[in-house]
Design a protein around this ligand. Structure first.
Ligand code: ZN
Length: 459
């Protein structure tokens, strides 16, 4: 309870400092009351403002507004929307760093340490508003063939995760909204680079390893993570990384096998890796370390397969933990997005879209009876739910575009499609030098000599 009171005090202090744009006579509510009233909707997991007010007024015979949140008065929902609409999300950013600092000082961060004192920060985008009706000037748009234009909002989230830990810690988000000087719509890649530029230095003391899906396994994002003092560990799909596939082709990869007990059965984890592979096919390519994991059940069937790239050292002593950390990326979807959307926090519910900032939130097919702000009232009839507006369920936990495939072995007589590889094959280089122009022949030779050192481990 002491921790809760401390955190609520921080939220109250942050809300009290919010800019107040009121110019009229309606000053009966403080910005702290207004901000806390909005926060309380999500804290109490209220499905609507109506239910929220009931929660606030009376809960177990007490006034939650006063006893829990320290609110003097409860503003109306329309007043909350009108006052908070012009306020940018950046005003709440310090709260996330404050919560992480408190976790660090209390020793709670220790349980999140992996890979020799690193922490894992998963980055991923998610959509929280989609409509063909409700929109604002910050909405992104898309038009599918034969379908009406869709207006949607997305946000890049950063979440502290750890394999084997059943909790996650959300960090400051970065909203994808139109940026000054950019004609194109904002995207997840640009939002991720903005997030790293804004917050990377703050979290550098934690020795972060940034986890990302295949979208993040590209040079600009990997370099952005390294530039902030962090590391990267990203999913690397074969189809989107032809240069890496060229280097993997025809090589006897270093391998380690481990038997792992899972319930009553024992499964086999098979790891393969190759270090110092160019991420792309030009002379400025970043060298990365590639590894993969296969899980084989007792029947010999492959039940899971994925591959990753990282700047961290990959060898027999680290590849198993690196694989576990890479797989922990899914926690941002399973234990963050899924919880926010389906476990009572109603992230996609229409509490009001707003017009002034990027905080527009609406997508639920059943808009809250009181949720439509005064600006949207002329559209209210069109917001009414009905079969005509029924939409197919949006997948909350999108599946991977496909299990990663290891390239077939070996295809040695094929001329490399990559110019660097073609040139390099005529000039053998040492693996230990790990230059970007390393020859496939030399890698194969070195890798085959090192394969003798690979080990089998049974536990
Ligand atoms: Zn919008």
């Amino acid at each position: 309870m002491e921790v809760l009171e401390s955190r609520l005090t921080a939220v109250r202090r942050c809300c009290a400092a919010l800019p107040d744009t009121r110019t009229g006579d309606n000053w009966q509510y403080t910005m702290a009351d207004i901000g806390l009233a909005a926060f309380a909707v999500f804290f109490a997991q209220s499905p609507s403002f109506l239910a929220h007010k009931r929660h606030l007024v009376e809960w177990h015979g007490h006034s939650n507004a006063q006893t829990l949140f320290g609110m003097a008065k409860i503003p109306t929902d329309n007043h909350i929307r009108a006052r908070l609409d012009p306020i940018t999300p950046d005003h709440f950013t310090p709260l996330f760093a404050e919560i992480l600092t408190a976790l660090e000082q209390s020793g709670g961060l220790t349980a999140f340490r992996r890979l020799d004192e690193h922490v894992l920060i998963a980055l991923d985008g998610t959509e929280y508003h989609r409509s063909t009706e409700v929109q604002c000037r910050h909405c992104a748009t898309r038009t599918r063939t034969g379908q009406p234009t869709e207006y949607f909002h997305t946000v890049l989230c950063a979440t502290l995760v750890a394999p084997g830990h059943d909790r996650v810690v959300p960090l400051a988000p970065e909203f994808m909204v139109p940026q000054d000087g950019h004609a194109k719509q904002d995207c997840e890649s640009r939002a991720a680079r903005r997030w790293l530029a804004r917050h990377g230095a703050v979290y550098a003391r934690l020795k972060p390893v940034y986890l990302g899906d295949d979208l993040y396994a590209c040079q600009p994002l990997c370099e952005a993570g390294l530039a902030t003092g962090g590391h990267f560990l990203c999913v690397c799909k074969p189809d989107s990384h032809p240069t890496i596939q060229e280097y993997l082709t025809g090589i006897d990869l270093l391998e380690q096998v481990a038997r792992v007990k899972r319930g009553r059965e024992r499964v086999t984890h098979r790891y393969r890796w190759l270090c110092a592979v160019p991420l792309r096919g030009d002379d400025t390519a970043l060298n990365v370390n590639w590894f993969s994991i296969e899980i084989v059940n007792p029947k010999g069937e492959v039940t899971y397969r994925n591959s990753f790239i990282t700047d961290l050292p990959v060898d027999a002593s680290t590849v198993a933990e690196l694989s576990a950390c890479g797989r922990a990326r899914w926690k941002i979807e399973n234990e963050s997005f899924n919880v926010l959307k389906t476990k009572g926090y109603h992230l996609e519910h229409n509490f009001g879209h707003g017009t002034a900032t990027s905080l527009g939130r609406a997508r639920h097919p059943q808009p809250d009876r009181l949720c439509a702000p005064h600006r949207l009232r002329p559209r209210r009839r069109r917001l009414a739910p009905g079969p005509r507006h029924a939409r197919a369920a949006h997948p909350l936990l999108p599946q991977s575009a496909g299990a990663d495939r290891l390239s077939g072995l070996p295809v040695l007589d094929r001329t490399p499609g990559n110019a660097r590889l073609r040139a390099a094959t005529a000039t053998p280089a040492r693996l230990t030098d790990r230059p970007a122009s390393q020859a496939r022949r030399s890698i194969r030779s070195s890798a085959q000599s090192r394969i003798e050192n690979c080990c089998d481990r049974t536990d």
